[in-house]
Design a binder for this molecule. Structure first.
Ligand SMILES: Cc1ncc(COP(=O)(O)O)c(C=O)c1O
Length: 427
């Protein structure tokens, strides 16, 4: 059937990038034989965490009132009231943030929240301006890229690069080049950053918070991996809040991506607008995730899961992945972004004679799946070689998978360098 789509529908169906990649990853996984999966964003199945939530679910099923509430009622559009109360109280008491349940809104995963939030703020406005979401430091989360209902909703900045002791390096916000504010609807950063594992410094956060506060625009902090939960952090980073901050949390990287629970802390007008969008797009957000963790929020135990199980687990995995990378790479020129959080390594091959996309294709033929770097540059204004020299590697998988995947990656990169292939056109 020939379908006539709206402009948005046309944009959606014309998109190739991430949708094609996801398709590709899915197909490769279904193929026969072993696959070394270092792509995708799935968190690990940490045995203690899985067991812990299995027991919580059994307890929930046994508790008539809580079970009925979580499974048999539509929540209000802003999300399960008792959960929002408990979360606001927890953050008020622990961190002194002046927030109430009216500042909390739940969504069906935080990805959903970003798609709603970006379109709520960016795009054409009644004053005739077209405002954009400022991503002050690329590379940035792949999931933002295709969220706009109209094209071109991002304004993104190249980072500065600090070379550290080999093999490490770190991206920084180029604070001297923040753009003309008239165009900016909001500032958004993921911290720790997917794909790089970067944790923006306190100084960078303070500067961005001040810049956005002075211009009266929200500062969105995507805390999918950060403090206070899930705390997949290998450096000190306190939870950050200010009156114009929109803090996005999620139960996914705590270990529950299947319950699709996003938790947004926001100034009241934004929380109310998101609730309206919930009502339009979903009637109400799901209550199963919030119902499952309600007691943990009331008692504060939700804050302990990271330090107790999640952070040590990923830290050990990160350390092993770095050791293997070093062992297998030998003298191949490579760098890794300083892995300060998340479960990704962002590997940069500064002298790679082929593009990361070509490397991805050849790796796939050797049954190793990674994500090529170019997808993590939404809103980039001009082509940049760097985006074709990097790969994202998920090290959350089983040890033998990660080790063998890295071994095959290193062997291929060494072969490509030896062959001295001519650099391909990448832009
Ligand atoms: C930085 C970042 N933000 C947001 C999300 C969305 O997560 P969810 O929709 O599962 O809450 C992800 C998922 O991988 C992520 O990496």
């Amino acid at each position: 059937m020939e379908v006539r789509f709206s402009t948005f529908g046309e944009k959606l169906t014309a998109q190739s990038g991430i949708l094609q990649l996801m398709d590709d990853l899915g197909k490769a996984l279904r193929a026969e034989g072993p696959v070394y999966m270092l792509g995708g964003g799935n968190p690990a199945k940490i045995p203690q965490v899985v067991q812990f939530f299995r027991e919580r679910l059994q307890a929930l099923a046994q508790d008539e009132a809580r079970f009925l509430r979580a499974f048999t009622d539509y929540a209000e559009p802003q999300g399960l009231g008792e959960f929002r109360e408990a979360l606001a109280r927890l953050f008020r008491e622990r961190y002194g943030w002046p927030i109430g349940p009216e500042n909390v809104v739940l969504t069906n995963g935080s990805q959903n929240a970003f798609a709603l939030l970006f379109n709520l703020l960016a795009g054409p406005a009644s004053d005739g301006r077209f405002r954009k979401i400022l991503l002050p430091v690329l590379p940035e989360y792949i999931g933002y890229a295709d969220t706009g209902w109209v094209p071109d909703i991002f304004l993104a900045m190249k980072p500065t690069i600090e070379l550290l002791d080999a093999p490490f390096y770190k991206y920084h916000v180029d604070l001297s080049r923040l753009p003309d504010h008239e165009e900016v609807a909001a500032v958004c950063v993921s911290r720790p950053t997917n794909p790089t594992g970067n944790v923006l410094t306190e100084e960078e956060l303070d500067a961005l918070a001040q810049w956005s506060r002075e211009r009266g625009v929200p500062f969105i902090i995507d805390n999918a991996y950060g403090a206070p939960f899930p705390s997949i952090l290998f450096t000190d980073a306190e939870p950050y809040w200010d009156e114009h901050v929109v803090l996005a949390l999620s139960l996914s990287k705590v270990g529950l991506p299947g319950v699709r629970t996003g938790i947004i802390l926001a100034p009241e007008p934004i929380a109310r607008a998101l609730a309206r969008m919930n009502a339009i797009f979903a009637l109400a957000p799901a209550s199963v995730g919030p119902g499952l963790v309600l007691d943990l929020v009331r008692s504060g135990e939700i804050l302990e899961l990271g330090p107790r199980w999640i952070q040590p687990y990923y830290r050990a995995k990160r350390d092993r992945a770095l050791e293997w990378l070093e062992e297998f790479m030998g003298d191949v020129p490579y760098r890794v972004h300083l892995p300060e959080g998340t479960f990704f390594l962002w590997v940069w091959f500064p002298e790679l004679p082929i593009s990361a996309q070509e490397l991805y294709q050849r790796l796939k033929a050797r049954r190793v799946l990674v994500v090529p770097g170019q997808y993590f540059f939404p809103g980039l204004q001009a082509p940049w070689d760097h985006q074709h020299q990097c790969l994202r590697i998920n090290f959350a998988g089983p040890e033998e998978v990660v080790r063998e995947g890295l071994r095959r990656l290193a062997r291929l990169v060494r072969e490509v360098h030896k062959a001295g292939e001519k650099a391909v056109a990448v832009s």
